[in-house]
Design a protein around this ligand. Structure first.
Ligand SMILES: NC(=O)c1ccc[n+]([C@@H]2O[C@H](COP(=O)([O-])OP(=O)(O)OC[C@H]3O[C@@H](n4cnc5c(N)ncnc54)[C@H](OP(=O)(O)O)[C@@H]3O)[C@@H](O)[C@H]2O)c1
Length: 324
């Protein structure tokens, strides 16, 4: 396995943002900036939207449910003002055609993208399901849909001098710690955890590969990878097994708030001087909570051969051959 960057860097050294870690207090005015975020009607995506609106940004949510989006927007307008610049474009990451339509709509509506935040995800789908495009549902929604979206919006983000933020998970270092290239869809031995872990690892590998490609091409796009720790959200509450529901209900009270869970992605979308080959997230209790800073990054997320192969497979399967 060929690797780049540091090995298991110093998660628990001094926090570069001070003892309290990164907080949204560090953000200046975002007036004039437009952020595009997937899966923002609930959880950390909703809280990230709140944080960005609070600093004067415009936010376009890419959500799959019109009804939930209307509720979320109404809540935000109630908090900020009826004129708060938050809107929604329908996009279902489980359907590549829907991603293409949503990207076309964004290109039409948003002349300059300050950051695309790839936040939406599903987790723990109890039995193996395939998306309409034939992907196991978690790799389909979490990775393939976002890979295509990033490719379709990349040129706009580049001309905007914008950013791409990949929201991963510490699940990337659980279980088998690899992309199952020989059985990407888990035709054999499906397990909800293995499929989720693979999908979050894929998102992170893609993020670091994109970082390397942007640098190699000498382009002006910041790409960052983060995770929200363990946060109280709707993840693992819908289409999951009864056992997962019970377990999550028992441990959820110990999770941090969704608001705190949103800070790593807001950091990655706004903070100056962010670093490559770095995983931003909470840094205490095994990186599940606490001050936001730089977390340990396990070597397998930086496997350049696997990342190059994943890129090729993703481009083939989504039908979009793209690169910075
Ligand atoms: N919460 C945690 O402890 C935790 C831990 C590690 C990583 N994460 C990551 O944090 C991110 C945000 O998750 P969350 O915890 O805030 O969960 P959440 O409350 O369930 O939010 C997930 C969002 O993704 C959307 N989504 C799901 N499937 C979609 C699809 N096919 N197309 C478009 N949008 C879709 C959901 O829409 P609907 O409301 O319509 O379902 C929702 O808006 C995810 O990337 C997740 O993997 C969370």
């Amino acid at each position: 396995m060929r690797l780049v960057g540091e090995t298991e860097p110093m998660s628990h050294n001094r926090n570069p943002f001070g003892a309290k870690g990164w907080t949204p207090d560090r953000i200046g005015s975002l007036a004039g900036d437009t952020f595009v975020i997937t899966g923002a009607n609930s959880g950390v995506g909703f809280e990230a939207t709140r944080a960005l609106l609070a600093k004067g940004a415009k936010v376009v949510m890419l959500n799959r449910s019109a009804e939930k989006s209307a509720t979320a927007i109404a809540e935000l307008k109630k908090e900020f003002s009826v004129d708060a610049p938050v809107s929604f474009v329908r996009m279902d990451l489980a359907v590549l055609e829907s991603v293409r339509e949503a990207a076309a709509e964004i290109l039409e509506q948003v002349p300059s993208v300050a950051a695309l935040i790839c936040n939406a995800a599903i987790s723990q789908t109890p039995t193996r399901k395939l998306t309409v495009d034939g992907f196991e549902s978690q790799i389909g929604v979490n990775h393939m849909g976002h890979f295509l979206l990033c490719g379709l919006l990349y040129d706009r983000i580049e001309t905007s001098g914008g950013r791409i933020v990949m929201v991963g998970s510490i699940a990337y270092k659980m279980g088998k710690r690899k992309i199952h290239f020989d059985d990407l869809n888990f035709d054999e031995d499906y397990s909800p955890w293995d499929a989720y872990n693979q999908s979050k690892l894929a998102q992170m590998m893609f993020g670091y590969e994109l970082q390397r490609r942007v640098v190699a091409a000498g382009k002006d796009v910041v790409v960052q990878v983060c995770h929200p720790g363990a946060s109280r959200t709707n993840l693992i509450s819908g289409d999951v097994s009864a056992l997962s529901k019970v377990l999550v209900r028992l441990i959820k009270p110990f999770f941090q708030s969704a608001e705190r869970g949103s800070w790593p992605e807001v950091l990655c979308a706004t903070e100056a001087g962010v670093k490559s080959t770095t995983l931003y997230g909470p840094t205490k209790r095994a990186d599940t909570a606490g001050p936001v800073g730089e977390c340990a990054l396990a070597d397998h997320a930086l496997d350049v051969e696997a990342a190059a192969r994943l890129w090729e497979v993703s481009a083939n399967k989504t039908g979009l051959a793209w690169s910075p």
